[in-house]
Design a binder for this molecule. Structure first.
Ligand code: EPU
Length: 364
């Protein structure tokens, strides 16, 4: 189903924000990136503003590259460029839909890497002071899919560009979501000597100035992988993994992960383990990740355990291959159908596990 907004404003030069009379625009104002993580619940009565500036400027030193990209640059174009240049940093974020500006607001993440890990500075227009500001990434209050831009600064700043810090020194992140296994599987039938990965020698390769790991450590991480590790190889592998389980936005509408993965205390996790073992047998292991003292439980697992995979409500469907995603299966699902399915999932999980799932998708 199509929805419309009262006014759509496209700004292609950040400086034009200075000339924009915000008070004269139909309210409310909503700043949109690529729109890939949004659910419009109906016609929007105000103004949708999109920053379409695609400027690009980079500075290269011996060990790192700082690249400043306009908010409208497609994030995956940046990932593709970095991989082709042999630069480390965003390769695990390959194929995430959306644009650069939103990546800094949402702190997008996948396969053990988050945007915050490579964000140096966020450039923004301060609507309150009517001036441009440079905010260090460390001051943006980054957390799991959140930042100050979504919370205490909401409505104040419009992100115009982001400076990312990329590493020349290898810094592969492989131990999350089956990336290592997928890399090893790619090598099946390949009879390459593993000479690209000598034993780690801590004396070689100092840690990179930008937080990268020394070369020898990177090689230790790559142990057992039958190819020399390159950002391009990791990018292609991640694309393969994503394509297997996530819907292609060109073919079937979705907003990516519909829910955030909840983080709970150990006692609560113990209760979930007990429920899972009672249902699946005493040997059953509940997938989880340690987050400090707390435990992150995959929402996909809970939704799967509740039998929601493939469930349809009108045109809305829990995606069969990755139940964390709700898709517009018919292309004509209404916002009401998607919200009804969302509520059913939330209600069932709350009842069974005592956990209230929160949507990752922003409802507008
Ligand atoms: N699982 C099941 N059944 C299924 C699918 C998954 O039990 O049908 C369990 C498995 O144990 C699996 C676990 O759920 O190991 C977690 O699944 P996975 O790692 O595939 O994804 P996720 O943790 O649910 C997060 C991000 C994704 C990101 C992947 C990969 C969130 C909300 N989502 O999903 O991000 O691509 O990790 O790192 O954190 C997005 O934000 O749009 C997005 C796709």
């Amino acid at each position: 189903m199509k929805v419309s907004c009262r006014l759509y404003v496209e700004v292609t030069e950040a400086e034009d924000l200075l000339a924009l009379d915000f008070d004269a625009l139909p309210q409310p104002l909503f700043v949109m990136g690529g729109g890939s993580n949004l659910l419009f619940t109906g016609d929007f009565p105000g103004t949708v503003l999109h920053l379409g500036n695609v400027s690009c400027h980079s500075e290269r030193s011996e060990e790192s590259v700082r690249i400043t990209l306009g908010s409208g640059v497609v994030f995956d174009d940046f990932c593709a460029w970095a991989a082709a240049e042999g630069l480390w940093g965003p390769e695990n974020l390959s194929l995430i839909p959306g644009e650069v500006g939103a990546s800094a607001v949402q702190n997008i993440g996948a396969y053990g890497v988050e945007a915050k890990d490579i964000i140096d500075t966020v450039h923004a227009f301060d609507r309150q002071e009517r001036r441009f500001v440079d905010i260090p990434g460390a001051d943006c209050g980054y957390g799991y899919r959140t930042s100050n831009f979504k919370t205490i600064w909401k409505g104040r700043y419009i992100v115009t560009a982001v400076t990312f810090r990329l590493c020349v020194i290898p810094r592969p992140v492989l131990d999350y979501g089956g990336v290592r296994k997928a890399l090893i599987d790619r090598g099946e039938g390949v009879s390459l000597p593993i000479s690209g990965h000598p034993r780690p020698d801590k004396r070689e390769g100092p840690a990179g100035v930008t937080g990268g790991r020394g070369r020898s450590e990177a090689e230790a991480i790559g142990e057992g992988i039958p190819f020399p590790l390159t950002p391009q190889l990791i990018r292609e592998t991640i694309i393969g993994v994503r394509e297997q389980k996530l819907p292609d936005p060109e073919e079937i509408g979705s907003a990516g992960s519909f829910f955030c993965n909840p983080v709970i205390d150990r006692e609560h996790f113990g209760r979930i383990v007990a429920i899972a073992k009672a249902e699946n047998g005493p040997e059953y292991n509940v997938p989880h990740y340690e987050v400090g003292e707390r435990i992150k439980v995959p929402a996909a697992w809970m939704i799967d355990q509740c039998g929601f995979k493939g469930m349809r409500l009108g045109g809305a469907q829990v995606y069969p291959k990755q139940p964390l995603v709700i898709v517009n299966a018919t292309g004509s699902a209404t916002p009401e159908e998607i919200i009804a399915l969302e509520r059913r999932v939330i209600g069932t999980i709350k009842e069974k596990y005592g956990i209230e799932l929160h949507p990752e998708v922003e409802h507008v």
